[in-house]
Each structure stands twice: as structure tokens, then as C-alpha cells.
Design a protein around this ligand. Sequence first.
Ligand code: TRP
Length: 331
Amino acid sequence: MKKIALTGIKPTGILHIGNYFGAIKPALALAQEYDARYFIADYHALNTVKNAQELSANIREVAAGWLAAGLDPERVIFYRQSSIPETFELTALLTAFTSKGLMNRAHAYKAAVQDNLEKQDDPDAGINMGLFTYPILMAADILLFDSDLVPVGKDQVQHVEMAQDIAQSVNFTYKADILKVPQAAVQESVAVVPGLDGRKMSKSYGNAIPLFAPEKQLRKLILRIVTNSQGIEEPKDPETSQIFLLYRLFATAQEQEALAKRYREGGMGWGEAKEELFRVINRELSPLRTRFEEIMANPAALDATLARGADRARPIAAATVRRFRKAAGID
Ligand code: TRP
């Protein structure tokens, strides 16, 4: 039997090129090898996104984005977390096996408390129970589907380790393998995608290139990439140029070599390098953008795709909850 890979996608904003290389492409590659279960973690997003229209739009856009990028919903079970009520039943069951101390140690919660202390505010200011219990909901997402492997970014590894702890505590209590203990998979080899200002591309830095930006906007953003003041004639170092680092992600080996040569020879200004970057990015992204627009134009079909995914996911989830309740004497 194939092993199971599962990951959650938090719909908190529009997808950008950093997400594409850091999360989407690696997860789609993994889906070739594993039995993949990928979902939109809309309840996790609720902790921070309180505007209903915004959340609802984010959910659809992020789902459409993954489909446009090549997620095959026949192969991958693709669903919304909110469509699986067993998630919330398992969350409730797991709270009885999760020590408060474990939650106190979660990085995201600790950082929020630290922030408050630095501002000389109440340590609990602005912290809701959704943030505090975030790792339990995430453990339920993972443990519900017998996941072997959980591809995540570095910041989420601690949460997967907490899911391991919680699963082990359940299994230990009932002296049986009720929940499968998952492993985190961090994509170490993925290059850091530089943003417009040279820092790592991130929504929170405001330096991101949206994955589905219309052609004109894409070009404009690329022209905004910060460069140094080297003149056209000066030889330039490709390795320290974020234009080149971005180029590498989209260009063929031959194209990379050719552009690196032009950098080193001098005679090429930053403007020209940016045009060349725009050309290769647009070449790769324009078919995705077209698919994205098609999917977004038909929300009923998108909802139906997600509902089919939920139909496939629910029996698996229900079996896990049944197993747990039986072991716990609540059957
Ligand atoms: N917390 C993850 C993030 O912020 C999203 C997520 C929710 C998730 N549930 C999950 C990831 C389960 C992996 C497995 O990116």
C-alpha cells in the first residue's frame, strides 16, 4: 500500500511565487509517489481572518490556485477542513490527551506572549483560544487521515512533533495503535525565493510577486526589484543578484548560463536583466494564470470539486473517530 502524505494550506492571502516553489511544487511532486490528502485549513485561518468576505474569497482563490498549478483532484483527495466535522470531534477527543504545558511551549503562542511583554501589555492581550489550541486542531487534521508524512515549512515542524506526542499519548493510554504517528518532511533543498527587496519572499514583508498577477502588473513588479547602482558597462555578479536568483527558478540551464555570461561581461543594465526575467516568469506562469481565471469564473464547479474531495475524505475520518471512541469506551 502506498504511504500517505497530508498537508494543510492556510487560506490567509493570495498565493505568491514563494509559495509556488516552497510549498505547491514540492507537494505536487510528492503526490506522484504518495497517496496525497491536501486540504484548505479554513478553520485555522479563522484565528486571524475575521472578515467574512475576505476569508470566503481566500478559500476559493487558494483552492483554485492549487488546481491551476496542477493539483489533480482525481489523484489527490482535495477538500476543505470545514467540510469534515470529524476534525472537530477528534479535536475535542485530543484535548483530553494534550497537556496545557505542551501548548504553552508552542512557538507561535510563545512569540505572541513575548510580543505583548515587550509592549508592556497584558501577556494574554489579543491571544484567542484558537491560537492557543492551534496545534491540537492541526494534530486532528493529521491524525484523522492516518498520515505517514506531513510536508511543511520549517515553522510548522514543531506542530507536527506535537501531533506525534499527542498520538503517542493516546496509543500509550489504550495500549493499542489507535492513531498513526506521523513524520514531518521539510523540503531542505528548496531555494529561498528572494522577494522584490532582496529579503525572503513573504506576504508579511510586502515584497511578494503574486502567482497569478496579470501580465502588466507582473512586469511592473519585476521592474520594481531593488538593485545596486552599478552602471550598464560594469561587469556584474550573478550570484549576488536577486534578479538572477529568481531567473534561475524559471529558466533552462542554457538560459541561465547565457545570462550569467552577460552579467560577467558587462554591457547589460539592470533594466535589461529585468525584462529577461519577466519573459521567463511570464512564460511559465501565463498558462497557470489562464487556468486560474477559468476556475475562478466557475465557482460552482470549484465547490463541486471540493465537495467530491470531502466525500472521499469523510469515511476515512469517520473510521478514525470510531476507532478512538471505541477504545475510549464511548461507543
Ligand atoms: N498550520 C499550517 C500552516 O500554517 C497549516 C495546517 C493546518 C497544516 N493543518 C495542517 C499543515 C495539517 C500540515 C498538516 O501552514
